[in-house]
Design a protein around this ligand. Structure first.
Ligand code: GTP
Length: 209
């Protein structure tokens, strides 16, 4: 019997307002980029199936302080977190420490994290060097990516990597879940085989034509 099912992970994007979270997500899911900034209200999400056969639900949070009571409620349900800062905005880089500390207080210990410096296409306006980003990520034990939603640089790679990390961290759970799902589907298939002639018989009896 054909076995088709998805593994679904929830990923959360965090970072200051304007660093480009929504644009990264739109680039990844729709391959589109918008140069205007319409602040996310509260929280939004999009789904995407990755080549590694994992389906991800990506939550795009509002960076604005006033929505943080709402967005913090989602930390607990995330398996992966993408911390985003803007390489042309030094304060957004400094605030990564605050986002990380919020996650430490509210998310499960098993949550997988990566650090992303977005807008790397803006070389002239750069305020945070690649080395500074990489060093901070190393201090937190995270992998680091520089991305551009504008030029589509490293966007798919960063989402795919965090999903891979989540998959590795939950591999045993996923394997045992899929193992029991296989057993269940096999059992149902066997039962179907036994029941099917009976159902056909019944339906033929009820058929009016
Ligand atoms: N040059 C450049 N601009 C970008 C990039 N990503 C986003 N932007 C611009 O940055 C601005 C903010 O982008 P958003 O994606 O709306 O930012 P956000 O982090 O979702 O903001 P909030 O919803 O307020 O938290 C927009 O004007 C985007 O066009 C990028 O990679 N390069």
């Amino acid at each position: 019997m054909a076995k088709q099912y998805d593994v679904l992970f929830r990923l959360l994007m965090l970072g200051d307002s304007g660093v480009g979270k929504t644009c990264m997500l739109r680039r990844f899911t729709e391959n589109e980029f918008d140069s205007s900034h319409i602040s996310t209200i509260g929280i939004d999400f999009k789904m995407k199936t990755l080549e590694i056969e994992v389906r991800v639900q990506i939550w795009d949070t509002a960076g604005q302080e006033r929505y943080q009571t709402i967005t913090k409620q989602y930390y607990r349900r995330a398996q992966g977190i993408i911390f985003v800062y803007d390489v042309t905005n030094q304060p957004s880089f400094q605030h990564v420490a605050k986002w990380v500390s919020d996650v430490d207080q509210n998310a499960p210990d098993t949550v997988q994290r990566i650090l992303v410096g977005n807008k790397c296409d803006e070389e002239l306006g750069r305020q945070v060097t690649r080395e500074q980003g990489s060093k901070l990520a190393e201090n937190y034990g995270m992998e680091f990516f520089e991305t551009s939603a504008s030029t589509n640089s490293c966007i798919t790679e960063s989402y795919t990597r965090v999903a891979q990390l989540v998959l590795q961290a939950h591999k045993r759970d996923v394997d045992s879940l899929l193992g029991s799902l296989d057993d269940y589907l096999d059992k149902v298939a066997l039962e179907d085989d036994r029941v099917l002639p009976h159902i056909i018989g019944d339906s033929q009896k009820n058929c009016a034509c």
